[in-house]
Design a protein around this ligand. Sequence first.
Ligand code: UD1
Length: 338
Amino acid sequence: MKVLLTGGAGFIGRHVHHQLLAEGHEVTVLDSFRPDVHADRPEPRPDLIVGDVRDPRTFDGIDTVIHLAAKVGLGVSLDDIDDYVSSNSLGMAVLLKSLGSIRNLVYASSMVVYGEGRYDCDDHGHVAPGPRRTEDLDAGRFEPPCPYCGAPLRPGLVTEDAVPDPRNAYAASKLNGEHLAATWARETGGRVTALRFHNVYGPGMPRNTPYAGVAAIFRSALERGETPRVFEDGRQRRDFVHVRDIATAVTMAASALPRQPAFTAYNVGSGTVTTIGQIAAELCRAYDAPPPIVTGDYRLGDVRHITASSDRIRHELGWKPSYDLSAGVADLVASGTD
Ligand code: UD1
């Protein structure tokens, strides 16, 4: 393939770039080197375009685009809302307009498009709880109750056909990117595969930023000799997937595009449900540090549990993750703070 890789200088992008080259593909990276993410400007290289996806351009000699460039994370406040829409929604729109005759697109989407994950009530079956109430969170009631009878719910695994329910600006902009790309595919005869990544971790994770994922935040604390602070009661469920497994999912999805329908979405996770308390404990053990502190604090934009089934990508593309949590955490710790 002759690939344009947007966001190729970022955390996931660097691993995808490496994987593409290892598989023998030709790669051009388009990356803005946002100053809030990258401290240094790169040396000029023929296979690197330093620029913003929001600037219109033409791409010659490219057959496949992998679009990873985005403003990521939960956001610190409503002040970020326009930057999410601009970077992610407008970024996708301008990129789509610039694709010309290119028909193959892989898009880095996110599990956050689902909002709260899947829940079942003994009496009401499959239900979709609304956002958690501040008074419940303040009182330490972290589990969302059944919206019909208030009974406790059993969390389950979301599948790709679940109705999206984005709960923050980042999530809304990621879902909007899927919708825009699907529109492009319908109108041009193109094909787009949206990969809804779980919580990605591994070497090269961004750190010391409020936009970083929890594994990076915990690792940074441990590197400073501090104890990780686990919010809520630590029993919130996620699926941590190693960045090298994500990179193989991306390249497999890109290679499969010519055989795919106009729009496909795949969840991409390790398949193992992990609580935030567990990953904190695993990291503390790896650093030989005292156990994490469970604070009972919360962030209003957080969902309680978000774990999805990644069976579809396994069955349809033959992808499977190679890192379990302890191997992945060992790899993260061994990689230092690069
Ligand atoms: C994360 C990513 C999101 C990605 C999604 C995929 C970030 C910021 N978010 O969302 O971009 O699309 O995975 O599923 O990268 N927590 C603590 N202590 C802390 C920080 C966080 O206990 O110091 C808890 C949070 O309250 C939350 C959990 O850890 O319950 C996960 O938080 P985080 O990694 O920030 O975000 P996700 O919502 O999982």
